[in-house]
Design a protein around this ligand. Sequence first.
Ligand SMILES: NC(=O)C1=CN([C@@H]2O[C@H](COP(=O)(O)OP(=O)(O)OC[C@H]3O[C@@H](n4cnc5c(N)ncnc54)[C@H](O)[C@@H]3O)[C@@H](O)[C@H]2O)C=CC1
Ligand SMILES: O=C(CO)COP(=O)(O)O
Length: 375
Amino acid sequence: MKPKVHPATRVAVLGAGSWGTTFAKILADGGADVVLWARRPELAKEIAEGRRNSDYLPGINLPVGLRATSRLDLALAGAEQVFVSVPSQSLRENLIAAEPYLAPGAIIVSLMKGVERSTGLRMSEVIEQVLPIDPSRIAAISGPNLALEIAKEQPTAAVVSSSSLETAQAVAMLANTRYFRSYVNTDVIGTEFGGVLKNLIAVAIGIVDGVGYGENTKASIITRGLVEMTDFAVAYGAHPETLAGLAGLGDLIATCQSPLSRNNTAGRLLGQGYSITDVTKQMQQTTEGLASVGPILELARAKGVEMPIVEQVRQVLAGTLNPRDIAPHLTTDSGEPQGERTIDDGQAHGSAALWGSLKRTFDQLRHSRRGTGGN
Ligand SMILES: NC(=O)C1=CN([C@@H]2O[C@H](COP(=O)(O)OP(=O)(O)OC[C@H]3O[C@@H](n4cnc5c(N)ncnc54)[C@H](O)[C@@H]3O)[C@@H](O)[C@H]2O)C=CC1
Ligand SMILES: O=C(CO)COP(=O)(O)O
């Protein structure tokens, strides 16, 4: 008797930039039947016929089974899971265009790391607002995931997060291949904010690099940055463990130390003295951090969270702070030298929460048998 062959799960990836194309490759290599939607017909043709996306992923051969189209209706027809990877500011308009073609019961997965500038909403919140689907069918993926490294099949991991563990697991089953491992959690707030906030710290690190300061400055900004990220995310209901995991600390390390990061690159140019107008012109690809600074500071103010690093990034972007004077880890939000908050012993809420969460993460790792849960 012939062995029973399960048909591959049909999925769609919307957005054929560096991350959308890389994620389509992950899913195809993991065995899914993937259709990648590119806005431009010539790009869809290059991917479908040449198995290349030479502008975004130079030198990468895409899997033979990966299909591509510039027609949303064809990409979405029968797709059980839809992975969205367009610039955050265009998510709303793309969802409106996609809605008529979504299969009933489809799971929608955000691959994006931004907030909507006009509303301050996270990507899963925009999805929930625009589409008539149950929130339990929405997921978000985040982690140390520099696209080009993954396209070269260098191994890494990510977190799939959904308010429904079942949904997160269904997505993680597909987003799994020999070079990409998906963990699951149910902390959507922490997972999404981790991705948004590390971009801002990476801009600060880029500025410091551009100015020519060294490793001590960067290490202290990264460390205080993680506290700032944790303070902010916890104030919005995140679990501190998430910020100590792949979607927080993991992504912070990857983005702050890699020249592949667009946020880091934009910061470096600012540190070298280019204006934000010049930087925006030079950046060929999506640089989410530049759009997130304003809304994140507004959200921080609403909860009374101090974000001295993000505040100084804003000032450099606005041209009101000389990049050489960046020393956000030495000041408070208002620019005053720190008083008791210079004590690095857990006085700050973030430090205490972070320490507790790091300890829990280590405990979890020690006790985890198969390591598929957690963050
Ligand atoms: N590149 C990376 O390493 C990673 C990126 N991400 C996130 O993925 C999201 C997408 O970023 P990338 O793929 O890196 O950007 P990208 O700049 O490489 O590609 C963006 C794609 O969206 C298209 N696009 C631009 N405006 C559009 C619109 N109005 N409607 C539809 N498509 C439009 C562009 O033509 C391009 O194909 C961002 O939120 C980013 O933070 C997340 C993890 C890793
Ligand atoms: O999110 C990323 C890596 O995890 C990509 O970072 P950039 O958007 O800065 O390139």
